[in-house]
Design a protein around this ligand. Sequence first.
Ligand code: FMN
Length: 528
Amino acid sequence: MDKSSPNQNTEAALRYHESTKHSEESLRANVHFLDGQNKPLQFKIYRDVESVLLFRDPKVLDRPTPATLEAISIPASKVSGANGDENIPNLATLSQVLFLAAGITKQKRYPGGEVYFRAYSNTGALYHIDLYLVTQDLPDLPAGVYQFGPHDFALHRLRSGDYRGLLVEASGAHPGVARAPLILISASTYWRNAWKYQARAYRHCFWDGGTLHANLLAIAATKALQPNIVMGFADSVVATLLGLDQAREGALTLVTLGHSNQAPPTSPALRLLKLETEPLSRHEVDYPAISIMHAASSLASADEVTAWRGSTPQGEAVPASGPIQPLRPIADTELPQGSLKSVIRRRGSTRAFDRARSISFEQLTTVLDRATRGIPADFIEPPGVTMLELYLIVNAVDDLLPGKYYYRRADRALELLAAGDFRRESGRLGLSQQLPADAAVNIYCLSALLPILKRFGNRGYRAAQLEGGITGGRMYLAAYAQHFGATGLTFFDDEVIEFFSPHAAGKEVMFLVALGYPDLVRIVRGLS
Ligand SMILES: Cc1cc2nc3c(=O)[nH]c(=O)nc-3n(C[C@H](O)[C@H](O)[C@H](O)COP(=O)(O)O)c2cc1C
Protein backbone atom coordinates (compact mmCIF):
# COMPACT_ATOMS: atom_id res chain seq x y z
CA MET A 1 0.00 0.00 0.00
CA ASP A 2 1.04 3.56 -0.73
CA LYS A 3 2.23 4.91 2.62
CA SER A 4 2.21 8.47 1.31
CA SER A 5 -1.55 8.36 0.59
CA PRO A 6 -3.76 10.44 2.93
CA ASN A 7 -5.82 7.28 3.48
CA GLN A 8 -2.87 5.77 5.33
CA ASN A 9 -2.63 8.61 7.85
CA THR A 10 -5.13 7.00 10.18
CA GLU A 11 -4.73 9.67 12.82
CA ALA A 12 -7.32 11.52 10.73
CA ALA A 13 -10.10 8.97 11.36
CA LEU A 14 -9.24 8.75 15.05
CA ARG A 15 -9.23 12.53 15.33
CA TYR A 16 -12.58 12.84 13.55
CA HIS A 17 -14.13 10.10 15.67
CA GLU A 18 -12.83 11.56 18.93
CA SER A 19 -13.89 15.10 18.07
CA THR A 20 -17.47 14.02 17.26
CA LYS A 21 -18.08 11.96 20.39
CA HIS A 22 -21.01 12.87 22.58
CA SER A 23 -20.25 13.36 26.24
CA GLU A 24 -21.85 15.36 29.02
CA GLU A 25 -19.16 18.01 28.51
CA SER A 26 -19.39 18.11 24.71
CA LEU A 27 -23.15 18.65 24.88
CA ARG A 28 -22.77 21.35 27.53
CA ALA A 29 -20.01 23.11 25.61
CA ASN A 30 -21.88 23.03 22.30
CA VAL A 31 -25.25 24.68 22.56
CA HIS A 32 -26.50 24.48 18.99
CA PHE A 33 -29.44 26.61 17.93
CA LEU A 34 -31.63 24.87 15.34
CA ASP A 35 -32.63 27.62 12.97
CA GLY A 36 -36.02 26.48 11.66
CA GLN A 37 -36.02 29.33 9.13
CA ASN A 38 -32.86 27.91 7.58
CA LYS A 39 -33.82 24.23 7.52
CA PRO A 40 -32.52 22.59 4.34
CA LEU A 41 -34.79 20.99 1.75
CA GLN A 42 -35.27 17.26 2.10
CA PHE A 43 -34.45 16.78 -1.59
CA LYS A 44 -31.79 17.69 -4.12
CA ILE A 45 -33.80 19.24 -6.94
CA TYR A 46 -32.13 19.85 -10.29
CA ARG A 47 -33.26 22.71 -12.50
CA ASP A 48 -33.62 22.22 -16.24
CA VAL A 49 -32.79 18.55 -16.64
CA GLU A 50 -34.80 15.93 -18.48
CA SER A 51 -36.83 13.57 -16.36
CA VAL A 52 -37.93 10.01 -16.94
CA LEU A 53 -40.95 9.12 -14.83
CA LEU A 54 -40.76 5.89 -12.86
CA PHE A 55 -43.80 3.64 -12.46
CA ARG A 56 -46.01 4.80 -9.56
CA ASP A 57 -48.72 2.27 -10.25
CA PRO A 58 -49.34 0.13 -7.13
CA LYS A 59 -49.44 -2.86 -9.48
CA VAL A 60 -45.71 -2.26 -9.98
CA LEU A 61 -44.66 -0.91 -6.57
CA ASP A 62 -46.59 -3.61 -4.74
CA ARG A 63 -45.50 -6.56 -6.83
CA PRO A 64 -45.16 -9.56 -4.52
CA THR A 65 -41.92 -9.78 -2.56
CA PRO A 66 -40.66 -12.63 -0.35
CA ALA A 67 -40.87 -12.68 3.44
CA THR A 68 -38.74 -9.94 5.04
CA LEU A 69 -36.83 -12.26 7.34
CA GLU A 70 -35.72 -14.27 4.33
CA ALA A 71 -34.96 -11.23 2.19
CA ILE A 72 -32.60 -9.65 4.75
CA SER A 73 -30.65 -12.82 5.29
CA ILE A 74 -29.86 -14.15 1.84
CA PRO A 75 -26.25 -15.27 2.43
CA ALA A 76 -23.66 -12.86 1.04
CA SER A 77 -21.94 -15.65 -0.86
CA LYS A 78 -25.16 -16.34 -2.80
CA VAL A 79 -25.74 -12.67 -3.48
CA SER A 80 -22.28 -11.77 -4.65
CA GLY A 81 -21.33 -14.92 -6.56
CA ALA A 82 -22.33 -14.19 -10.15
CA ASN A 83 -23.98 -17.30 -11.54
CA GLY A 84 -23.39 -16.21 -15.11
CA ASP A 85 -27.06 -15.71 -15.99
CA GLU A 86 -27.69 -12.36 -17.61
CA ASN A 87 -30.05 -10.20 -15.56
CA ILE A 88 -30.75 -6.73 -16.93
CA PRO A 89 -33.37 -4.86 -14.89
CA ASN A 90 -36.11 -2.85 -16.61
CA LEU A 91 -37.75 0.36 -15.45
CA ALA A 92 -40.57 -1.43 -13.63
CA THR A 93 -38.12 -3.47 -11.55
CA LEU A 94 -36.05 -0.37 -10.91
CA SER A 95 -39.15 1.53 -9.81
CA GLN A 96 -39.89 -1.04 -7.13
CA VAL A 97 -36.25 -1.28 -6.05
CA LEU A 98 -35.85 2.49 -5.72
CA PHE A 99 -39.19 2.91 -4.00
CA LEU A 100 -38.53 0.26 -1.37
CA ALA A 101 -34.94 1.39 -0.87
CA ALA A 102 -35.45 5.13 -0.60
CA GLY A 103 -38.91 6.25 -1.70
CA ILE A 104 -41.44 8.36 0.19
CA THR A 105 -43.66 6.07 2.23
CA LYS A 106 -45.64 8.64 4.22
CA GLN A 107 -45.98 12.34 4.80
CA LYS A 108 -46.99 14.33 7.87
CA ARG A 109 -47.72 17.98 8.49
CA TYR A 110 -45.88 19.63 11.41
CA PRO A 111 -45.90 23.27 12.57
CA GLY A 112 -42.56 23.71 10.75
CA GLY A 113 -43.94 22.31 7.46
CA GLU A 114 -44.51 19.05 5.63
CA VAL A 115 -42.16 16.12 6.35
CA TYR A 116 -41.83 13.38 3.75
CA PHE A 117 -40.84 10.16 5.51
CA ARG A 118 -38.86 7.60 3.60
CA ALA A 119 -38.55 3.85 3.35
CA TYR A 120 -35.47 3.87 5.60
CA SER A 121 -34.88 5.43 9.00
CA ASN A 122 -32.73 8.51 8.99
CA THR A 123 -31.30 10.74 11.69
CA GLY A 124 -33.62 13.69 12.19
CA ALA A 125 -35.72 12.79 9.10
CA LEU A 126 -33.40 15.06 7.12
CA TYR A 127 -32.59 12.68 4.24
CA HIS A 128 -29.23 13.93 3.02
CA ILE A 129 -28.49 10.91 0.83
CA ASP A 130 -29.21 10.66 -2.88
CA LEU A 131 -29.05 7.70 -5.20
CA TYR A 132 -27.60 8.06 -8.70
CA LEU A 133 -27.69 5.50 -11.51
CA VAL A 134 -24.95 4.81 -14.03
CA THR A 135 -26.42 2.51 -16.61
CA GLN A 136 -26.09 0.88 -20.00
CA ASP A 137 -29.10 0.90 -22.32
CA LEU A 138 -31.84 -0.90 -20.41
CA PRO A 139 -34.93 -2.26 -22.21
CA ASP A 140 -36.81 1.00 -21.53
CA LEU A 141 -34.16 3.46 -20.37
CA PRO A 142 -31.37 4.89 -22.51
CA ALA A 143 -27.80 4.64 -21.17
CA GLY A 144 -26.85 7.56 -18.98
CA VAL A 145 -26.17 8.97 -15.54
CA TYR A 146 -29.34 9.77 -13.60
CA GLN A 147 -30.32 11.00 -10.17
CA PHE A 148 -33.28 9.35 -8.44
CA GLY A 149 -35.74 12.02 -7.28
CA PRO A 150 -38.01 10.66 -4.55
CA HIS A 151 -40.03 13.92 -4.55
CA ASP A 152 -41.32 13.43 -8.12
CA PHE A 153 -40.52 9.72 -8.37
CA ALA A 154 -38.50 10.25 -11.51
CA LEU A 155 -34.98 9.80 -12.82
CA HIS A 156 -33.20 13.02 -13.72
CA ARG A 157 -30.76 12.71 -16.58
CA LEU A 158 -27.40 14.27 -15.77
CA ARG A 159 -25.50 12.71 -18.70
CA SER A 160 -26.38 10.67 -21.78
CA GLY A 161 -24.22 7.72 -22.81
CA ASP A 162 -22.70 4.66 -21.18
CA TYR A 163 -20.22 5.71 -18.46
CA ARG A 164 -19.85 2.36 -16.73
CA GLY A 165 -16.35 1.88 -18.15
CA LEU A 166 -15.22 4.83 -16.09
CA LEU A 167 -16.49 3.12 -12.94
CA VAL A 168 -14.73 -0.11 -13.89
CA GLU A 169 -11.52 1.89 -14.02
CA ALA A 170 -12.27 3.89 -10.86
CA SER A 171 -12.97 0.68 -8.94
CA GLY A 172 -9.62 -0.88 -9.91
CA ALA A 173 -11.40 -3.28 -12.31
CA HIS A 174 -13.70 -4.70 -9.64
CA PRO A 175 -15.14 -7.86 -11.25
CA GLY A 176 -18.72 -7.05 -10.17
CA VAL A 177 -18.56 -3.52 -11.60
CA ALA A 178 -17.12 -4.91 -14.84
CA ARG A 179 -20.23 -7.07 -15.36
CA ALA A 180 -22.98 -4.84 -13.98
CA PRO A 181 -25.50 -3.36 -16.42
CA LEU A 182 -26.33 -0.80 -13.76
CA ILE A 183 -24.42 0.71 -10.85
CA LEU A 184 -26.17 2.73 -8.15
CA ILE A 185 -24.10 5.33 -6.34
CA SER A 186 -25.05 6.82 -2.98
CA ALA A 187 -23.85 10.30 -2.07
CA SER A 188 -24.53 12.78 0.71
CA THR A 189 -25.03 16.53 0.59
CA TYR A 190 -23.66 17.06 4.08
CA TRP A 191 -25.47 20.31 4.93
CA ARG A 192 -28.84 18.60 4.76
CA ASN A 193 -27.84 16.67 7.90
CA ALA A 194 -25.18 18.97 9.38
CA TRP A 195 -27.85 21.66 9.83
CA LYS A 196 -28.86 19.72 12.94
CA TYR A 197 -25.99 17.39 13.73
CA GLN A 198 -22.98 19.54 12.75
CA ALA A 199 -19.73 17.61 12.22
CA ARG A 200 -21.28 14.34 13.46
CA ALA A 201 -23.17 14.32 10.14
CA TYR A 202 -20.27 12.47 8.53
CA ARG A 203 -21.00 9.46 10.75
CA HIS A 204 -24.63 9.83 9.71
CA CYS A 205 -23.66 9.44 6.04
CA PHE A 206 -22.98 5.80 6.84
CA TRP A 207 -25.68 5.29 9.47
CA ASP A 208 -28.42 6.65 7.23
CA GLY A 209 -26.71 5.25 4.17
CA GLY A 210 -26.60 1.94 6.05
CA THR A 211 -30.32 1.76 6.77
CA LEU A 212 -30.96 2.67 3.13
CA HIS A 213 -28.58 -0.07 1.96
CA ALA A 214 -30.28 -2.61 4.25
CA ASN A 215 -33.50 -2.06 2.28
CA LEU A 216 -31.69 -1.89 -1.05
CA LEU A 217 -29.76 -5.13 -0.55
CA ALA A 218 -32.92 -6.93 0.54
CA ILE A 219 -35.15 -5.87 -2.34
CA ALA A 220 -32.41 -6.20 -4.98
CA ALA A 221 -31.44 -9.68 -3.77
CA THR A 222 -35.04 -10.84 -4.04
CA LYS A 223 -35.03 -9.69 -7.70
CA ALA A 224 -31.92 -11.83 -8.30
CA LEU A 225 -29.96 -8.65 -9.03
CA GLN A 226 -26.97 -9.86 -6.98
CA PRO A 227 -26.33 -6.51 -5.27
CA ASN A 228 -22.76 -5.95 -4.24
CA ILE A 229 -21.44 -2.93 -2.34
CA VAL A 230 -18.18 -1.51 -3.62
CA MET A 231 -16.48 0.94 -1.28
CA GLY A 232 -13.14 0.89 -3.07
CA PHE A 233 -13.21 3.53 -5.80
CA ALA A 234 -11.25 6.60 -6.81
CA ASP A 235 -13.32 9.30 -5.17
CA SER A 236 -12.66 12.27 -7.40
CA VAL A 237 -13.51 10.34 -10.60
CA VAL A 238 -16.88 9.30 -9.16
CA ALA A 239 -17.59 12.78 -7.79
CA THR A 240 -16.77 14.33 -11.17
CA LEU A 241 -18.97 11.83 -12.99
CA LEU A 242 -21.93 12.79 -10.80
CA GLY A 243 -21.10 16.49 -10.87
CA LEU A 244 -20.87 16.63 -7.06
CA ASP A 245 -19.72 19.81 -5.38
CA GLN A 246 -16.77 18.23 -3.60
CA ALA A 247 -16.63 20.79 -0.81
CA ARG A 248 -20.23 20.00 0.14
CA GLU A 249 -20.90 16.50 -1.14
CA GLY A 250 -19.28 13.08 -1.15
CA ALA A 251 -19.95 9.75 -2.86
CA LEU A 252 -20.28 6.95 -0.31
CA THR A 253 -20.79 3.64 -2.12
CA LEU A 254 -21.25 2.00 -5.48
CA VAL A 255 -23.78 -0.84 -5.59
CA THR A 256 -23.73 -3.16 -8.59
CA LEU A 257 -27.09 -4.46 -9.76
CA GLY A 258 -27.76 -7.22 -12.26
CA HIS A 259 -25.40 -9.15 -14.47
CA SER A 260 -24.37 -8.55 -18.04
CA ASN A 261 -22.40 -10.91 -20.26
CA GLN A 262 -20.70 -8.02 -21.99
CA ALA A 263 -18.02 -5.72 -20.66
CA PRO A 264 -18.89 -2.01 -20.90
CA PRO A 265 -17.60 0.01 -23.86
CA THR A 266 -15.09 2.81 -23.46
CA SER A 267 -16.81 5.74 -21.73
CA PRO A 268 -17.43 9.04 -23.48
CA ALA A 269 -15.00 11.82 -22.55
CA LEU A 270 -15.76 13.21 -19.11
CA ARG A 271 -16.63 16.89 -19.39
CA LEU A 272 -17.36 18.88 -16.25
CA LEU A 273 -21.01 18.99 -15.30
CA LYS A 274 -22.46 22.32 -14.34
CA LEU A 275 -26.05 21.65 -13.39
CA GLU A 276 -28.03 24.00 -11.23
CA THR A 277 -29.95 22.77 -8.21
CA GLU A 278 -32.46 24.54 -6.00
CA PRO A 279 -30.83 26.26 -3.01
CA LEU A 280 -31.22 24.03 0.05
CA SER A 281 -31.76 26.87 2.49
CA ARG A 282 -31.06 30.58 2.83
CA HIS A 283 -27.45 29.95 3.67
CA GLU A 284 -25.25 26.96 4.47
CA VAL A 285 -22.79 26.47 7.31
CA ASP A 286 -19.60 24.57 6.59
CA TYR A 287 -18.32 22.08 9.18
CA PRO A 288 -14.77 21.55 7.89
CA ALA A 289 -14.25 18.34 9.92
CA ILE A 290 -16.58 16.62 7.44
CA SER A 291 -14.78 17.45 4.20
CA ILE A 292 -11.42 16.91 5.94
CA MET A 293 -12.48 13.40 6.97
CA HIS A 294 -13.87 12.65 3.52
CA ALA A 295 -10.61 13.77 1.86
CA ALA A 296 -8.54 11.82 4.39
CA SER A 297 -10.46 8.64 3.59
CA SER A 298 -10.36 9.14 -0.18
CA LEU A 299 -8.55 6.87 -2.61
CA ALA A 300 -6.70 8.65 -5.39
CA SER A 301 -6.23 6.11 -8.16
CA ALA A 302 -7.16 2.69 -9.49
CA ASP A 303 -3.82 1.35 -8.24
CA GLU A 304 -4.57 2.55 -4.74
CA VAL A 305 -8.00 0.93 -4.92
CA THR A 306 -6.59 -2.41 -6.05
CA ALA A 307 -4.09 -2.42 -3.19
CA TRP A 308 -6.84 -1.41 -0.77
CA ARG A 309 -9.19 -4.31 -1.55
CA GLY A 310 -8.68 -7.56 0.31
CA SER A 311 -9.37 -9.50 3.43
CA THR A 312 -11.23 -8.11 6.43
CA PRO A 313 -9.28 -8.00 9.70
CA GLN A 314 -10.61 -10.51 12.20
CA GLY A 315 -10.11 -10.32 15.95
CA GLU A 316 -9.04 -13.30 18.06
CA ALA A 317 -12.01 -15.06 19.63
CA VAL A 318 -11.96 -14.50 23.39
CA PRO A 319 -13.06 -17.56 25.44
CA ALA A 320 -16.34 -17.04 27.24
CA SER A 321 -16.07 -16.27 30.92
CA GLY A 322 -19.76 -15.94 31.74
CA PRO A 323 -22.81 -18.19 31.38
CA ILE A 324 -23.79 -18.95 27.78
CA GLN A 325 -27.30 -18.97 26.36
CA PRO A 326 -27.48 -20.59 22.89
CA LEU A 327 -29.67 -18.75 20.37
CA ARG A 328 -33.14 -20.16 19.79
CA PRO A 329 -34.26 -18.75 16.44
CA ILE A 330 -37.76 -19.26 15.19
CA ALA A 331 -37.78 -22.27 12.85
CA ASP A 332 -37.74 -21.47 9.12
CA THR A 333 -41.17 -23.06 8.73
CA GLU A 334 -42.63 -20.88 11.53
CA LEU A 335 -41.09 -17.55 10.45
CA PRO A 336 -43.51 -14.62 10.31
CA GLN A 337 -44.34 -14.19 6.63
CA GLY A 338 -44.70 -10.39 6.44
CA SER A 339 -43.49 -9.54 2.95
CA LEU A 340 -40.63 -7.12 2.43
CA LYS A 341 -42.79 -4.54 0.68
CA SER A 342 -45.44 -4.52 3.42
CA VAL A 343 -42.87 -4.35 6.22
CA ILE A 344 -40.96 -1.49 4.58
CA ARG A 345 -44.21 0.41 4.02
CA ARG A 346 -45.23 -0.09 7.66
CA ARG A 347 -41.79 0.59 9.20
CA GLY A 348 -41.35 3.74 11.23
CA SER A 349 -39.21 4.44 14.25
CA THR A 350 -41.00 3.54 17.47
CA ARG A 351 -41.65 6.77 19.40
CA ALA A 352 -42.44 5.17 22.79
CA PHE A 353 -41.77 1.66 24.07
CA ASP A 354 -44.05 -0.26 26.43
CA ARG A 355 -42.01 -1.09 29.55
CA ALA A 356 -44.58 -3.60 30.66
CA ARG A 357 -44.21 -5.79 27.57
CA SER A 358 -41.27 -8.09 27.00
CA ILE A 359 -40.22 -9.69 23.74
CA SER A 360 -39.55 -13.41 23.59
CA PHE A 361 -36.07 -14.89 23.48
CA GLU A 362 -36.96 -16.43 20.10
CA GLN A 363 -37.89 -13.01 18.73
CA LEU A 364 -34.63 -11.46 19.91
CA THR A 365 -32.67 -14.41 18.60
CA THR A 366 -34.35 -14.13 15.21
CA VAL A 367 -33.33 -10.46 14.97
CA LEU A 368 -29.72 -11.28 15.84
CA ASP A 369 -29.54 -14.29 13.61
CA ARG A 370 -31.19 -12.77 10.53
CA ALA A 371 -29.46 -9.37 10.72
CA THR A 372 -25.94 -10.76 10.91
CA ARG A 373 -25.68 -13.26 8.08
CA GLY A 374 -23.16 -11.22 6.13
CA ILE A 375 -23.08 -8.29 3.78
CA PRO A 376 -22.07 -8.56 0.11
CA ALA A 377 -19.33 -5.93 0.01
CA ASP A 378 -15.73 -5.54 -1.09
CA PHE A 379 -14.66 -4.79 2.49
CA ILE A 380 -16.17 -8.07 3.71
CA GLU A 381 -13.82 -10.80 2.60
CA PRO A 382 -14.29 -13.72 2.82
CA PRO A 383 -18.08 -13.41 2.58
CA GLY A 384 -19.86 -13.78 5.89
CA VAL A 385 -17.21 -12.23 8.15
CA THR A 386 -17.86 -8.97 9.97
CA MET A 387 -16.15 -5.93 11.44
CA LEU A 388 -18.75 -5.61 14.18
CA GLU A 389 -19.21 -7.08 17.62
CA LEU A 390 -22.62 -6.82 19.24
CA TYR A 391 -23.25 -5.96 22.88
CA LEU A 392 -26.72 -5.94 24.42
CA ILE A 393 -28.52 -4.49 27.40
CA VAL A 394 -31.44 -6.80 28.05
CA ASN A 395 -34.25 -5.14 30.00
CA ALA A 396 -37.25 -7.35 29.26
CA VAL A 397 -36.73 -10.53 27.25
CA ASP A 398 -38.54 -13.73 28.29
CA ASP A 399 -36.28 -16.53 29.51
CA LEU A 400 -33.26 -14.22 29.64
CA LEU A 401 -31.98 -12.62 32.83
CA PRO A 402 -31.89 -8.81 32.61
CA GLY A 403 -28.28 -7.76 32.23
CA LYS A 404 -25.48 -6.98 29.83
CA TYR A 405 -24.53 -9.49 27.17
CA TYR A 406 -22.03 -10.13 24.39
CA TYR A 407 -23.20 -11.83 21.19
CA ARG A 408 -20.86 -14.74 20.41
CA ARG A 409 -21.60 -14.82 16.71
CA ALA A 410 -19.46 -17.83 15.84
CA ASP A 411 -21.03 -19.85 18.68
CA ARG A 412 -24.52 -18.47 17.97
CA ALA A 413 -24.95 -17.73 21.66
CA LEU A 414 -25.27 -14.88 24.13
CA GLU A 415 -22.70 -14.57 26.89
CA LEU A 416 -23.84 -12.94 30.11
CA LEU A 417 -21.32 -10.27 31.13
CA ALA A 418 -23.25 -9.11 34.20
CA ALA A 419 -26.79 -9.69 35.44
CA GLY A 420 -28.82 -6.76 36.74
CA ASP A 421 -31.50 -4.21 36.07
CA PHE A 422 -29.79 -1.69 33.81
CA ARG A 423 -32.80 0.32 32.64
CA ARG A 424 -31.45 3.51 34.18
CA GLU A 425 -28.07 2.95 32.50
CA SER A 426 -29.79 2.12 29.17
CA GLY A 427 -31.48 5.49 29.26
CA ARG A 428 -28.34 7.31 30.26
CA LEU A 429 -26.13 5.69 27.59
CA GLY A 430 -28.70 6.48 24.89
CA LEU A 431 -28.19 10.19 25.49
CA SER A 432 -30.49 10.25 28.52
CA GLN A 433 -33.57 9.53 26.42
CA GLN A 434 -36.67 7.67 27.53
CA LEU A 435 -36.71 5.34 24.50
CA PRO A 436 -33.65 3.23 25.40
CA ALA A 437 -34.72 3.06 29.06
CA ASP A 438 -38.16 1.73 28.12
CA ALA A 439 -37.01 -0.61 25.33
CA ALA A 440 -36.95 -4.37 25.89
CA VAL A 441 -33.39 -4.51 24.62
CA ASN A 442 -30.66 -2.18 23.35
CA ILE A 443 -28.22 -3.57 20.80
CA TYR A 444 -24.88 -1.83 20.29
CA CYS A 445 -22.67 -2.49 17.26
CA LEU A 446 -19.04 -2.00 18.28
CA SER A 447 -15.86 -2.19 16.21
CA ALA A 448 -12.20 -2.53 17.14
CA LEU A 449 -11.18 0.45 15.00
CA LEU A 450 -7.38 0.15 15.21
CA PRO A 451 -6.98 -3.12 13.27
CA ILE A 452 -9.62 -1.94 10.78
CA LEU A 453 -7.75 1.31 10.17
CA LYS A 454 -4.47 -0.56 9.95
CA ARG A 455 -5.87 -2.78 7.21
CA PHE A 456 -8.11 -0.36 5.30
CA GLY A 457 -6.74 3.05 6.28
CA ASN A 458 -9.23 5.83 6.99
CA ARG A 459 -11.54 4.24 4.43
CA GLY A 460 -12.04 1.45 6.96
CA TYR A 461 -13.80 4.00 9.18
CA ARG A 462 -16.40 4.58 6.46
CA ALA A 463 -16.80 0.82 6.02
CA ALA A 464 -17.23 0.00 9.72
CA GLN A 465 -19.81 2.76 10.15
CA LEU A 466 -21.66 1.51 7.07
CA GLU A 467 -21.68 -2.07 8.33
CA GLY A 468 -23.16 -0.76 11.58
CA GLY A 469 -25.88 1.11 9.65
CA ILE A 470 -26.77 -1.88 7.48
CA THR A 471 -26.94 -4.21 10.48
CA GLY A 472 -29.09 -1.70 12.34
CA GLY A 473 -31.32 -1.29 9.28
CA ARG A 474 -31.78 -5.05 9.07
CA MET A 475 -32.68 -5.13 12.77
CA TYR A 476 -35.40 -2.56 12.15
CA LEU A 477 -36.83 -4.78 9.39
CA ALA A 478 -36.53 -7.95 11.48
CA ALA A 479 -38.39 -6.27 14.35
CA TYR A 480 -41.23 -4.95 12.20
CA ALA A 481 -41.51 -8.31 10.44
CA GLN A 482 -42.20 -9.78 13.90
CA HIS A 483 -44.72 -7.05 14.77
CA PHE A 484 -42.76 -5.20 17.39
CA GLY A 485 -40.86 -1.95 17.04
CA ALA A 486 -37.37 -0.50 16.76
CA THR A 487 -35.57 2.79 16.71
CA GLY A 488 -32.02 3.87 15.95
CA LEU A 489 -30.52 5.98 18.73
CA THR A 490 -27.53 8.11 19.42
CA PHE A 491 -25.32 7.61 22.48
CA PHE A 492 -22.60 8.81 24.85
CA ASP A 493 -19.68 7.12 23.11
CA ASP A 494 -17.14 6.53 25.85
CA GLU A 495 -19.70 5.78 28.54
CA VAL A 496 -20.97 2.86 26.44
CA ILE A 497 -17.46 1.42 26.21
CA GLU A 498 -16.90 1.87 29.96
CA PHE A 499 -20.22 0.17 30.66
CA PHE A 500 -19.29 -2.95 28.68
CA SER A 501 -15.62 -2.97 29.76
CA PRO A 502 -13.32 -4.68 30.35
CA HIS A 503 -14.83 -6.82 27.57
CA ALA A 504 -15.32 -3.87 25.21
CA ALA A 505 -12.05 -2.07 25.96
CA GLY A 506 -10.41 -0.70 22.81
CA LYS A 507 -13.61 -0.73 20.76
CA GLU A 508 -15.82 2.10 19.55
CA VAL A 509 -19.58 2.33 19.05
CA MET A 510 -20.76 2.29 15.45
CA PHE A 511 -24.54 2.02 15.86
CA LEU A 512 -27.30 1.58 18.46
CA VAL A 513 -30.78 0.09 17.97
CA ALA A 514 -33.46 -0.31 20.63
CA LEU A 515 -36.20 -2.92 20.25
CA GLY A 516 -39.52 -3.52 21.97
CA TYR A 517 -43.28 -3.27 21.68
CA PRO A 518 -44.64 0.23 21.11
CA ASP A 519 -46.59 1.94 23.88
CA LEU A 520 -49.62 2.71 21.74
CA VAL A 521 -51.44 4.64 24.43
CA ARG A 522 -48.57 7.10 24.88
CA ILE A 523 -47.99 7.34 21.14
CA VAL A 524 -51.66 8.15 20.47
CA ARG A 525 -51.67 10.71 23.30
CA GLY A 526 -48.65 12.38 21.72
CA LEU A 527 -46.13 10.92 24.23
CA SER A 528 -47.56 12.79 27.23
C1 FMN B 1 -28.86 6.19 13.26
C2 FMN B 1 -30.15 6.72 13.81
C3 FMN B 1 -30.14 7.36 15.02
C4 FMN B 1 -31.34 7.85 15.55
N1 FMN B 1 -31.32 8.45 16.77
C5 FMN B 1 -32.48 8.81 17.35
C6 FMN B 1 -32.48 9.34 18.67
O1 FMN B 1 -31.43 9.47 19.30
N2 FMN B 1 -33.68 9.67 19.21
C7 FMN B 1 -34.87 9.52 18.54
O2 FMN B 1 -35.93 9.82 19.09
N3 FMN B 1 -34.88 9.01 17.27
C8 FMN B 1 -33.73 8.65 16.66
N4 FMN B 1 -33.73 8.11 15.39
C9 FMN B 1 -35.00 7.94 14.66
C10 FMN B 1 -35.20 9.03 13.59
O3 FMN B 1 -35.58 10.22 14.21
C11 FMN B 1 -36.23 8.57 12.55
O4 FMN B 1 -35.66 7.54 11.80
C12 FMN B 1 -36.65 9.68 11.62
O5 FMN B 1 -37.40 10.66 12.29
C13 FMN B 1 -37.44 9.13 10.44
O6 FMN B 1 -38.61 8.51 10.90
P1 FMN B 1 -38.96 7.01 10.62
O7 FMN B 1 -37.81 6.16 11.02
O8 FMN B 1 -40.18 6.77 11.46
O9 FMN B 1 -39.24 6.86 9.16
C14 FMN B 1 -32.55 7.66 14.83
C15 FMN B 1 -32.53 7.01 13.59
C16 FMN B 1 -31.35 6.55 13.08
C17 FMN B 1 -31.34 5.85 11.76
